[in-house]
Write a protein that binds this ligand. Structure first.
Ligand code: UDP
Length: 316
């Protein structure tokens, strides 16, 4: 089996590269390193069956030889990143997704699109089921990501309907774990690194907004099962355990056994007030549900974050 992973040097992409190599696939990792890091996959480069290609999938995407799977994960994924790279985000969801679908069609490969809970926007239905169409501001600053992913889903369904391409769509809810960039702005690396450094926790707004956090190994298992299934409609993969950001702030301090101050900062525009996946579909179709609790997952991530913080701080 041969699998091409766009965004393969990113947080999720690199975990997928690892998993598919472990499952015996040859892996082609395509990344332009805009937000990905070569270091995320350097340990894989010594292994046979792994190839890294530095290339922008928004411009073109090709590959010599046969392919069984295309996993399309290239895209800035944190609010901080996609607000910094709005045009690149839209282009990778539009042109990049088109190029990935064309490649899958040409190679008669199966394709998995990385979509997102952001397609539900600031949801009016809670928890979010796949049948909910969402509440997205089409011109707000987050729209580059939300609408980009919605467009990518539409294009994926069009390729399925028009050309019979074997498409899969995963709607990924907040995921965390080793290899997240400390400075990507997301709440997990932000809070963990702030506590490790003894800095105040930057809680946006009153911190009563909620998120549901999934450990990366659970997500990867769900996505592998989805790829292997014959289900072409979107499937939520996430952990339904729901926490307010204030509750999360307390938990991070408990796990790290260190207390810091809380500093409230303005809530970003269009920040969703609640988010929690309904995973009935994943349970029924894939026999999947998450196994790792938030507390456990944080404990599994701490060594990585501690090392990163150490690397980035000047020695005393
Ligand atoms: N957040 C926060 N402080 C931070 C970073 C994020 O309070 O330093 C909040 C953010 O406003 C949002 C939630 O944490 O309500 C999750 O944010 P994140 O950027 O991780 O992902 P999102 O779910 O918004 O895509």
């Amino acid at each position: 089996m041969r699998t091409l992973i766009t965004g393969g040097a990113g947080f999720l992409g690199s975990h997928l590269c690892e998993r598919f190599l472990r499952d015996g696939h040859d892996v082609v990792c395509v990344d332009n390193l805009l937000t990905g890091k070569r270091d995320n996959v350097r340990h894989l480069e010594a292994q046979g069956g792994f190839r890294f290609v530095n290339s922008d999938v928004s411009v073109s995407l090709s590959c010599d030889g046969p392919l069984d799977n295309v996993l399309h994960f290239a895209c800035p994924a944190s609010p901080f990143d996609y607000l910094k790279y709005p045009i690149e985000t839209l282009k990778v969801e539009a042109m990049g997704t088109h190029n990935a679908l064309e490649l899958a069609r040409e190679k008669e490969a199966r394709i998995l699109l990385a979509s997102t809970s952001e397609v539900y926007g600031d949801p009016l239905v809670h928890p979010q089921t796949e049948s909910y169409w969402g509440n997205v501001n089409p011109i707000g600053p987050r729209s580059v990501y939300d609408e980009g992913k919605r467009y990518a889903e539409a294009m994926t369904m069009a390729y399925h309907r028009t050309f019979g391409v074997e498409t899969r769509i995963v709607r990924i809810f907040n995921t965390y774990g080793p290899r997240m960039r400390l400075a990507d702005g997301r709440v997990v690396p932000a809070f963990v690194s702030q506590v490790l450094r003894g800095e105040p926790l930057t809680v946006f707004g009153d911190g009563e907004q909620t998120r549901s956090f999934c450990f990366v190994s659970d997500l990867v298992e769900g996505m592998v099962r989805l790829l292997q299934s014959d289900h072409h409609h979107p499937v939520n993969i996430g952990n339904p355990g729901e926490f307010t950001i204030m509750e999360f702030a307390v938990l991070v301090q408990e796990v790290l056994e260190k207390e810091v101050e809380i500093k409230h900062l303005p809530l970003p525009e269009d920040d969703p007030k609640v988010r929690r996946p309904d995973i009935t579909r994943a349970r029924e179709l894939l026999g999947w549900e998450p196994r790792v609790s938030l507390e456990e997952g944080l404990r599994l991530s701490v060594d990585f974050f501690r090392e990163e913080v150490g690397r980035q701080s000047p020695p005393d």
